[in-house]
Design a binder for this molecule. Structure first.
Ligand code: SAM
Length: 373
């Protein structure tokens, strides 16, 4: 494995067969790497020890990725203040806790003033990037989104505004861009058509989601793609297709996190994704895309108490503390036991700063644009 890791570090690429070998090498973490496949052995999620053990090969992969990340970005960790501004969604993705068909879920929308209050608070805390994320909520027309984006831009012209509000027309994306949004996060979820059909109802299409990413890129956004690790029926071969799709797309940001179950979805009986596989993929992505902005996600922090610290050590260089008003955080319940739902934004900041420092990294105050690529 050491030779493969070295090759990936030097050439940023491997043959398909080599990628599969890396994706399927054994782990020392007592869990199944591909939990939601028929081949999986038992997967005791939630019972992992606080200090995880890894094989020598896993450790070598993490340290190669960390070395590359340090060469490009040093030990800085970029912070993005996350504002989850609507939990209404017109889509019905089978894995997602805010899907349309969950009639029990109490939904919320933030007003423009509430969103601006969040960005003001974030600015005080030193954040220079704000991520506005939400379900696909028709209430927020293009006009409303542009109005909110322009208001944030006027109040904080030195900050980058990121949108993560799903699939829209190219015209809409252009309008948001003209209003001042510069970055867009849209995970492709899976690059394989068959797998996409396992995860989504018929009215959603992979080709449209991919087209959205190419449209966003053409407009001039810094774009983020990505996927859940361990979603139902995800195999090494599907992951290989994800890697190839990312090679073609060359996104600026790559967001991955473990799939986590939610009791009110059709996937309620699935197992959570594997932390070992998530960390392995963070490292592989860092070696393939040295310039990329890769977050240690909230889902990674939810699956294990030190998940985000492990993520940073495996090559991640972004954290996304929650800036939403405390009263609504629990309602943006994509999955069970989501962390950071009870704290004040200031507490989230110091918590995340402590966590980064404990792994030898420091939070950076700044927009945190992507490195040249
Ligand atoms: N509506 C926007 C979109 O479609 O991109 C943004 C909101 S969507 C809830 C944000 C991301 O949450 C999705 O891209 C998906 O990868 C992730 N997500 C949803 N349900 C999840 C789950 N059960 N476990 C882990 N991640 C999940």
């Amino acid at each position: 494995m050491i030779d493969l890791i070295e090759k990936l570090k030097e050439t940023k690429d491997l043959t398909d067969e080599e990628f599969i070998r890396l994706l399927t090498m054994p782990t020392a973490v007592p869990e199944a790497l591909f939990p939601n496949t028929p081949e999986a052995s038992s997967h005791p999620s939630g019972l992992l020890p606080l200090n995880l053990e890894f094989t020598d090969d896993e450790e070598s992969l993490f340290s190669a990725a960390d070395e590359v990340r340090r060469q490009v970005y040093g030990t800085g960790v970029y912070v993005r203040g996350l504002i989850e501004f609507t939990s209404f969604c017109k889509n019905n993705c089978y894995y997602c806790g805010i899907r349309r068909d969950d009639r029990e879920l109490k939904r919320y929308r933030l007003t423009k003033d509430e969103i601006l209050k969040c960005t003001d608070e974030g600015y005080e805390l030193g954040y220079r990037t704000f991520v506005l994320q939400g379900g696909e909520d028709p209430f927020f027309t293009d006009e409303k989104i542009c109005d909110i984006v322009s208001a944030i831009h006027a109040a904080h012209p030195d900050c980058a505004i990121t949108l993560s509000i799903g699939e829209k027309s190219k015209e809409s994306y252009q309008k948001y861009f003209d209003a001042g949004a510069e970055r867009y996060l849209l995970r492709h979820e899976t690059a394989n058509e068959e797998h996409y059909r396992v995860l989504h109802p018929a009215e959603l299409s992979l080709s449209h989601r991919k087209q959205c990413l190419y449209d966003l890129k053409e407009i001039g956004y810094q774009i983020g793609a990505g996927f859940m690790v361990g979603s139902l029926k995800q195999t090494p071969e599907y992951l290989l297709e994800d890697l190839h799709f990312l090679q073609d797309l060359q996104p600026d940001m790559i967001g991955i996190g473990p799939y986590l179950t939610h009791h009110a979805t059709p996937f309620k009986d699935c197992c959570n994704g594997s932390i070992a596989m998530t960390l392995r993929l963070i490292s592989i992505l860092r070696l393939m895309f040295p310039y990329a902005l890769i977050p240690a996600t909230t889902a990674l922090g939810t699956i294990h108490p030190k998940g985000r610290e492990y993520g940073l050590s495996a090559g991640a260089n972004v954290v996304m503390p929650n800036l939403s008003p405390t009263g609504v955080r629990k309602l943006y319940s994509l999955y069970e036991n989501k962390i950071c739902t009870g704290e004040l934004s200031s507490a989230c900041r110091s918590c995340i700063e402590r966590r980064a420092a404990s792994s030898g990294y420091q939070l950076v105050v700044g927009r945190g644009d992507v490195a040249a690529h």
